[in-house]
Design a protein around this ligand. Structure first.
Ligand code: NAD
Ligand code: DAU
Length: 356
């Protein structure tokens, strides 16, 4: 048996592949285009491991995907591949439409062709699991209940609109063609190998470099944080026991305003890597121009996954964030290598006008 993972050189996909092969000998075919966000170095510990077959390529390349499916006969395809950064989607939505919508469409078609040709037993057992986000539900007010699977889709950014569109395609391929699909909608992840364009790793990296910690607007936007390995365990749980055609919200009931996240990161760094002059990293916090259309609050109601499939996160926010900060302190080479020229260009563009 084999699974095919797309986007397995990115933050969550790579954590998923590493955890999968730590717990099972079932091989993984890992299809990743290696955009700026894909980093083969994250998978360095799998070098020479025959259970990991890495292929550089696009989910929208039907000939390639069809060949990989025919050659490896996977029992499941897990689609992590996406453009994932909201701020980038605001500067340039084209890649998001191309990969998240058109790429998912082409992948679904390739997978459907393969699945239709399977014999009865493997056809019945096959799964297409689509990894999606809580952002498709839009933004909550302070007192609204957390997002349930029954909430309307109300995406507000080019990124979330493209993910919403991909979720709808996946749903339609189930209802129209019978493709055995599962969808997960997860809240904000954090943990090892997180690209330092996103809030938590950016704050750690900037703090250590003595740079400003750019907090958008008033810093009171709320996100619901889940340690990445708990997201990976939720995906394994849904793959194993999820009901066909269903969507499962994934979250750890950890709502926090952004400014509190930044202050927590600063406190942990003060403890684990105190500054020579005795000042706190919090003195580097700088309020900057807000994100256009910035969603105010996300919160995930994960009761369906907990009750139906018995999933529970292993980490609290306190244990997860401590592990995360410690990981970045222990892995400066990984950080240095992802801070390529392309990364520096992005930082320049995004924070132009704000002191860096
Ligand atoms: P990421 O940006 O770190 O990684 C995305 C990976 O996909 C990269 O390795 C990239 O090279 C690859 N990729 C991009 N376009 C591709 C294409 N056309 N073909 C093949 N590979 C391609 O993203 P992430 O944070 O790991 O997110 C993974 C998935 O989880 C995404 O679908 C995202 O929407 C979803 N998600 C992310 C979060 C989060 O907090 N990061 C939360 C919920 C859901
Ligand atoms: O909710 C799930 C989503 O979480 C995923 O679908 C996305 O792929 C993922 O990128 C993430 O989106 P966010 O926009 O919530 O994550 P980001 O880390 O970019 O920002 C988190 C919050 O921090 C958000 O309110 C914006 C704010 N922020 C972010 C950056 C990069 C700042 O205040 N300053 C910053 O410099």
């Amino acid at each position: 048996m084999t699974i095919l993972v797309t986007g397995g050189a990115g933050f969550i996909g790579a954590n998923f592949v590493l955890d999968w092969l730590a717990g099972s000998d079932e091989p993984v075919v890992n299809l990743d285009k290696l955009t700026y966000a894909g980093n083969p170095e994250t998978l360095a510990s799998l070098q020479g491991d025959k259970r990991h077959i890495f292929v550089q390529g696009d989910i929208g390349d039907a000939a390639l995907v069809t060949r990989l499916l025919a050659e490896h006969q996977p029992r499941a395809v897990l689609n992590f591949a996406a453009e994932s950064h909201v701020d980038r989607s605001i500067h340039g939505p084209g890649d998001f439409i191309e990969t998240n919508i058109m790429g998912t469409f082409r992948l679904l078609e390739s997978v459907r062709g393969f699945w239709m040709g399977l014999a009865d037993a493997p056809k019945a057992d096959f799964r297409f699991l689509h990894v999606s986000t809580d952002e498709v539900y839009g933004s909550l007010s302070k007192d609204d209940p957390a997002f349930a699977e029954t909430n309307r889709y109300e995406p507000n950014s080019p990124y979330s609109a493209s993910k919403a569109a991909s979720d709808h395609l996946v749903r339609a391929w189930h209802h129209t063609y019978g493709l055995p699909v599962l969808t997960t909608n997860c809240s904000n992840n954090y943990g090892p190998f997180h690209f330092p364009e996103k809030l938590i790793p950016l704050m750690i990296v900037n703090a250590l470099a003595g740079k400003p910690l750019p907090v958008y607007g008033d810093g009171m936007q709320i996100r619901d944080w889940l340690y990445v390995k708990d997201h990976c365990s939720a995906i394994r749980t849904v793959l194993k026991g999820g009901r066909l055609g269903e969507t499962y919200n994934v979250g750890g009931w950890n709502e926090k305003p952004n400014i509190e996240i930044v202050q927590t990161v600063c406190k942990l760094l003060d403890e684990l890597r105190p500054k020579a002059d005795g000042s706190s990293y919090a003195s580097q916090i700088t309020y900057v121009t807000d994100r256009p259309g910035h969603d105010r609050r996300y919160a995930i109601d994960a009761r369906k996954l907990e009750k139906e499939l018995g999933w529970k996160p292993a980490e609290t926010f306190d244990t997860g964030i401590r592990k995360t900060v410690a990981w970045y302190l222990a892995n400066p080479e990984w950080v240095a290598h992802v801070q390529s020229g392309a990364y520096r260009d992005w930082v320049q563009k995004q924070y132009a006008g704000d002191a860096q």
